[in-house]
Ligand binder design. Structure first.
Ligand SMILES: [Zn+2]
Length: 165
């Protein structure tokens, strides 16, 4: 899919490919350039660098396993709580008409990083199935990742404070 306004892709195209698993590398990272929103005992929240829409958040397991089946009971329970808090944040910040939540289980299901389990959550608007998307497979994203991060970070911090997550 092409995107009309994607300044971050220039950096991606011009930078060297990252060694190892990008998600495992993020587990230990404190680099603000990685757009991490929250870290918890079992999962972390990070903006998708190649978003489908504004506010496209990934909920990523701290361990390198490939599917929900591999998660422990505690990890699965924490995931449900983090999905709920993430939806709260997306609804508060973006006032969308709906929210998508899901994962691509394996390469055959379209996963870009099939070996490290992660869940996608993103706000949707009735109007975002627009003319360009339908006819040209092109999406307009008016917000930079820096703006998305600045919008979401304080709301997620507030929601998750005291949650134990
Ligand atoms: Zn990994």
């Amino acid at each position: 899919m092409d995107r009309l306004y994607t300044p971050w892709r220039l950096e991606y195209v011009s930078s060297d490919k990252e060694d190892g698993c990008v998600f495992c590398n993020r587990v230990a990272s404190v680099d603000p350039e990685h757009f991490i929103l929250h870290k918890s005992r079992n999962w972390f929240l990070v903006l998708n660098r190649y978003p489908y829409n504004n506010g496209h958040v990934l909920i990523v397991l701290n361990r390198h396993v490939g599917s929900l089946v591999d998660c422990s009971e505690e990890e699965a329970a924490d995931l449900a709580k983090l999905m709920r808090f993430t939806e709260m944040a997306l609804r508060k910040i973006y006032n969308p008409d709906g929210v998508n939540c899901g994962y691509n289980g394996g390469a055959g299901a379209g996963a870009g990083i099939p070996d490290h389990f992660h869940v996608h959550m993103l706000p949707r608007w009735s109007s975002d199935t627009n003319f360009l998307t339908v006819t040209a497979d092109t999406r307009i994203i008016p917000e930079t990742l820096e703006q998305s991060w600045s919008n979401l970070k304080p709301v997620i911090d507030d929601l998750l404070s005291g949650s134990g997550l």
